[in-house]
Design a protein around this ligand. Structure first.
Ligand code: SAH
Length: 703
């Protein structure tokens, strides 16, 4: 027994009799909001928990990390009456510790920073319940850092103070007179509604009116926004910006450092705003699969990681979108009796999904067997995900169908398997019968190893930017629960089977991914816009677009709009674009160019136009490489379409052999500016355009 063990044993002997013989509670700090900002140990505790008691500030994404049988209890929003009181929460912790082995109390930031973690700990200890704390990253420090503000800095602040603005008695508990030191950074939590009073209090106490201040809302989250100013104007600016809670207020010289620590063009802009799906909000019905840590418990531990894939929600979040998941189903293992003899007989084993693989292995291990029992058979997997899952258990499939497509797969297996071959098919409880139909010549035994069970769910049917459907069962369950009074948001489907099912349910407008994968579904969302060479099919909308622009800004000239204005009919313009496209027909005083319509895939509506002039062979302009100009239809602005058109046309520039492109955009078009700069562009100068009577900004991009 080593020293540590001895120590633990001693502790056990010495202390255990004192403690209740029940589970333990872990107070876990979840960090300020972003999944990535929890500690490694904290995440481990969340994954292990039998029961998790959480509040508003802990990101809902953490719940995805919990075990499927973990009881999840929400104990409420701040400032809401219908949630549990602190006393009730304390009592709940005790109660759950008697019910479960591992109870996690998850809180935003750090549990001991205005999180009432101390009270909970004391209560638990008084009730002889063992508890521990896993510290978290407090928003007080991290929130400021996420906005480019260090809470201390040599010369600017020699210390910081974290203060709550949520006193029982308004702000009277705050001792402003002790906050005069200009070298001390002040961080106020829970003070969004009291910015004005706080600023006043500080000025009255003697802090200068021009002391820099910042308010950071939703720090570290996709929705992070920061407003800066001085004690004199910060309240007004915060009000104008309509910031929402949670938010923290930072006061002191360190706020100035933001300008130096953030990239200049990102001022007031969190990095997430640059992500392609920033600001989008999707509904994602999910079927919870047999994922780790359950799987880890049943299988050979370290192998399982390879089989895991990222959830669609996670992928969307990485792209900057907000993904609201509703669990409409749960995969459950079905018990079956596997025997060594039976497996030995098999010439082929067929796996049609990763859940099938997981369900099979769970049964295999339960029967006291392991992967050696598969040694004599050939193994077939539908699709690369299934194959990857198998690999996670140390099994390399002999045949992998390229697509996740039952029909083609079954046909191929039937060619490979000899007549009368013994084939074991590890399937779902409900299956379409495709494999059975194609393998009549074999001795096929279908063994259901998992089931997709419907779960109870509620869905709010908000005005989402879209619903993402990844399998027929989700489609059926979700739309059966559709509240008929609410409009159906636009539907994105993962593939033909799902699309068919959606159509049968009466959904008309559906966009389908290029191939059935999460990646392709994300690409579909990212590239909502496709670039199309103007053609007569779009004549009506082209003229509608022209009319709209003439009313909005008759001088508009960007991205081909100028030429369109000068044409009377769509035909004339389409022909003109065609002339411009070819060097031979391009008028000598002009440079040949490509003009595209940015067309929204789902309704084929024109949302913008983009043009790039080649300039490659031009004696003077050739130095520029190419030149891009674009504009978005007035009523379609602020939806990220400019960003999408630009990204796509830059690819076209590369294809056309341009390696350097100049981009011009309106001086006030900060959205474009951010896109250009984040894509590697460099600001060159601002020029006056007589034509548009406006200043235009110029940028370079090296491709
Ligand atoms: N224990 C938490 C603080 C709880 S008090 C921590 O250590 O971070 C709640 C207050 O914290 C909120 O009113 C707000 O002022 C601040 N806060 C928490 N998360 C925040 C976030 N992501 N962005 C800005 N402020 C946040």
């Amino acid at each position: 027994m080593d020293l540590m063990e001895k120590h633990e044993k001693h502790l056990e002997e010495e202390m255990m009799p004192e403690w209740e013989n029940c589970g333990k509670v872990t107070l876990v700090g979840a960090g300020p909001g972003d999944m990535g900002l929890i500690t490694v140990r904290g995440l481990e505790a969340v994954r292990r928990a039998d029961c998790i008691i959480y509040d508003r500030l802990a990101s809902p994404e953490f719940l995805r990390e919990t075990r499927t049988d973990c009881e999840k209890i929400y104990v409420g929003k701040e400032n809401h009456h219908h949630t549990l009181s602190q006393e009730q929460i304390n009592e709940l912790l005790v109660q759950k510790a008697h019910q479960y082995k591992n109870v996690v109390r998850l809180k935003g930031g750090d549990s001991y920073v205005f999180g009432r973690g101390g009270e909970e700990g004391i209560y638990l200890k008084e009730h002889k319940i063992s508890f521990s704390v896993i510290p978290g990253v407090s928003s007080a420090i991290a929130g400021a850092a996420c906005a480019g503000i260090p809470v201390t800095h040599r010369g600017a602040a020699s210390g910081f103070r974290v203060v709550t603005a949520h006193g029982a008695d308004g702000l009277s508990e705050i001792d402003f007179s002790s906050m005069k030191n200009p070298k001390e950074t002040l961080v106020f939590l829970m003070g969004l509604g009291k910015v004005e009073e706080i600023a006043k209090g500080l000025m009255q106490a003697g802090r200068e009116g021009d002391t820099p201040a910042a308010v950071i809302s939703h720090a570290a989250a996709d929705r992070q926004r920061t407003v800066t100013g001085t004690l004199k104007n910060i309240a007004q600016r915060t009000k104008e910006a309509k910031l929402t809670s949670p938010a923290l207020i930072v006061v002191g010289e360190v706020v100035r450092l933001r300008e130096r620590l953030m990239l200049p063009f990102l001022e007031e802009t969190p990095f997430d705003e640059l992500k392609p799906l920033a600001g989008k909000h999707y509904l994602v019905p999910v079927i919870r699969s047999l994922k780790s840590p359950e799987r880890e418990k049943t299988s050979a531990g370290f192998f399982t990681k390879t089989g895991e894939k990222k959830s669609l929600g996670e992928m969307l979040q990485r792209l900057g979108a907000q993904a609201e998941e509703v669990v409409v189903g749960q995969i459950q293992t079905l018990q079956c009796n596997l025997s060594k003899e039976m497996l030995k007989e098999a010439d082929w084993m067929i796996f049609s999904s990763s859940n099938g693989v997981a369900g099979f292995f769970e049964n295999l291990y339960a029967a006291g067997l392991d992967s050696r029992s598969l040694a004599g058979s050939s193994i077939a997997a539908i699709g690369k995900h299934t194959a990857k899952e198998l690999l996670g258990y140390g099994i390399r499939a002999d045949y992998i169908s390229e697509k996740q497509h039952g029909e083609a797969f079954a046909a191929e297996i039937s060619e490979k398997a000899a007549d009368g071959a013994c084939v074991l098919y590890f399937s779902a409880a409900e299956n379409s019968g495709t494999i059975e139909n194609h393998l009549k010549k074999c001795h096929l035994i279908t063994i259901p190893v998992y089931e997709n069970k419907k779960t109870e769910f509620t869905c709010e049917w908000k005005a989402y930017d879209g619903i993402l459907i990844t399998c027929p069962s989700s489609a059926v369950r979700l739309f059966q629960a559709h509240d008929k009074k609410r409009p159906v948001p636009f539907v994105y489907s993962i593939g033909p089977y799902t699309t068919n099912c959606l159509k049968n349910m009466g959904i008309k407008e559906i966009a389908e991914a290029g191939e059935p994968s999460y990646e392709a579904l994300c690409t579909l969302l990212e590239e909502e816009i496709t670039l199309i060479t103007p053609r007569m099919e779009y004549a009506e909308d082209i003229m509608g677009y022209r009319k709209e622009f003439l009313e909005f800004n008759p001088k508009e000239d960007m991205g081909g709009t100028g030429n369109l204005r000068d044409c009377e009919t769509a035909r004339e313009w389409v022909d003109y674009v065609e002339t411009m496209h070819r060097k031979e027909t391009c008028p000598p005083e002009l440079v040949d160019s490509d003009i595209y319509l940015g067309v929204r895939r789902r309704d084929k509506r024109i949302v913008g136009m983009i043009e790039f002039r080649h300039h490659i062979d031009h004696p003077v302009l050739g130095l520029w490489g190419g030149h891009i100009g674009y504009c978005v239809r007035p009523c379609e602005r602020q939806k990220g379409y400019g960003k999408q058109m630009l990204r796509q046309v830059l690819n076209k520039c590369t294809e056309a052999g341009l390696n350097r492109v100049m981009i011009t955009c309106d001086e006030n078009n900060t959205a474009s500016e951010k896109t250009i700069l984040s894509g590697g562009g460099i600001y060159e100068k601002t020029v006056w355009s007589d034509q548009l009577s406006a200043y235009m900004k110029r940028f370079w991009i090296e491709l």
